[in-house]
Design a binder for this molecule. Structure first.
Ligand code: FAD
Length: 385
């Protein structure tokens, strides 16, 4: 396999998948000075939209290609932007060799708890997953009820329940880290029913509607591999003996365990308080605070795509803005949801939390984004010593 960077095509030419693969094959054959029949296999490794020149919007591709002859490959490897690659399957996972007395416990079934449980289950450790909220289907109904004026369920809402806080966001899979495990996450989502394009799109996104099926399938996989998932199971306390964890308390029952992963997200203030009172090491983190802005999607499309707006399968456009102030503060847009909606996302009575989400198709009238500024422990103080 060889990897070829920087193959560019006008968005006009690649409106559907079939046309895209045909155009790419021709472009690769031209670049390699080969016959299209000599291209045996072609996969998109990365695809990004370059909208800087409004006269002609371009997709930029990195492609993994298998060619028929060694001669073509050798010639290709002398070209700029071409390298040899070894595709090591991320699917092979080691089986754990360390024996544990009791099952490891994972608290929370958001993205972090889900993937921790999946990796443990694949390694043969049969984790027990405890989630304070409801299973995703029931949770969807609780949230719908709340948005229609019903009362807040404090353990089944936009922050709490199967899938975690991310389930009612945009399903954007944005990360600023470059870690080999990112591919494992994306592959697991695809196996659980997410669209395959998330493996190569520059800004992959699943959508809140598809995510519901995906998180349920991931839960079923954890169970198939020997794990157990309990909903409406809130961890209330830990038993620590001579510096070692021995048990956790769930719904007033104690469960013996020596290892717990707390994948509890940002919003479980009661659990953080309990951990703090237990004397667990904690440090105040810088975070960001702000509001959500909403505007017509059409306006964003026109501004980003010019005359191409609404054409060639480009879909809803996004944006990212940063402002560096003189006072050392930076304000920035975050979690922009094209064709989405602003939602009420509180998990506690008396608090207001605003979030944004969108469905896979991103066809709602408005775009929204958070507009944030960073704050540090210097701004808000701390009661930690
Ligand atoms: C207010 C807010 C707005 C956000 N907006 C966006 C957005 O618009 N778009 C976006 O892409 N991302 C957004 N994020 C970020 C995204 O939701 C998180 O990055 C992601 O969900 C973090 O995953 P996690 O698994 O660490 O935690 P979470 O997804 O928060 O999952 C934690 C899970 O732990 C469970 N839990 C907590 N305490 C206990 C306990 N004691 N016992 C048992 N279970 C427990 C909770 O019920 C929850 O299901 C937002 C986050 C927050 C808090």
């Amino acid at each position: 396999m060889i990897r070829i960077r920087d193959i560019r095509c006008s968005v006009k030419k690649v409106e559907n998948k079939e046309a895209e693969m045909r155009v790419l094959k021709t472009a690769v054959a031209q670049k390699l000075r080969a016959n299209p029949q000599q291209i045996l296999d072609l996969k998109i490794y990365k695809k990004a939209l370059d909208a800087r020149r409004k006269a002609d919007l371009l997709y930029t591709y990195t492609l993994d290609v298998q060619v028929q002859s060694d001669r073509v490959e050798r010639r290709a490897l002398k070209m700029k932007g071409v390298q040899k690659i070894d595709l090591v399957s991320q699917k092979q996972r080691p089986v754990g060799s360390q024996s544990v007395k009791e099952r490891p416990v994972v608290v929370g079934l958001g993205p972090s708890g889900c993937f921790a449980a999946l990796v443990l289950a694949e390694a043969g450790y049969r984790p027990l997953v405890l989630e304070r909220g409801a299973a995703v289907q029931e949770r969807v109904e609780d949230i719908r009820d709340f948005w229609q004026g019903g009362s807040l369920k404090e353990n089944s809402n936009v922050q709490f329940g199967e899938g975690g806080a991310g389930t009612f966001s945009d399903g954007k899979l944005t990360t600023r880290i470059s870690d080999p495990h990112c591919l494992k996450v994306l592959e697991s989502y695809v196996q659980a029913g997410a669209p395959e394009e998330i493996l190569y799109l520059n800004k992959p996104h699943i959508g809140s509607d598809l995510l519901r099926k995906v998180v349920k399938n991931l839960r079923e996989k954890i169970i198939d591999l020997g794990g157990e998932v309990r909903f409406n199971a809130q961890v209330q306390d830990l038993k620590i003996d001579k510096g070692h964890l021995t048990a956790i308390q769930v719904n007033d029952t104690w469960i013996a365990t020596q290892s717990v992963l707390l994948g509890i997200g940002h919003s479980a203030r009661d659990t953080f308080k309990m951990l703090y009172d237990k004397g667990l090491a904690m440090e105040a983190k810088p975070f960001a605070i702000g509001l959500r802005i909403e505007h017509p999607q059409e306006m964003i499309d026109r501004s980003q795509y010019g005359e191409f707006a609404g054409k060639y399968g480009l879909g809803a456009a996004d944006y990212r803005l940063v402002y560096h102030g003189d006072n050392g503060r930076t304000a920035y847009s975050f979690c922009m949801c094209p064709g989405g909606q602003v939602v009420a996302a509180t998990s506690e009575r008396g608090y207001v939390v605003t979030n944004g989400m969108s469905l896979h198709a991103r066809r709602d009238r408005n775009a929204n984004a958070a507009l944030l500024v960073g704050v540090t422990p210097k701004d808000f103080g701390s009661d930690l010593p």
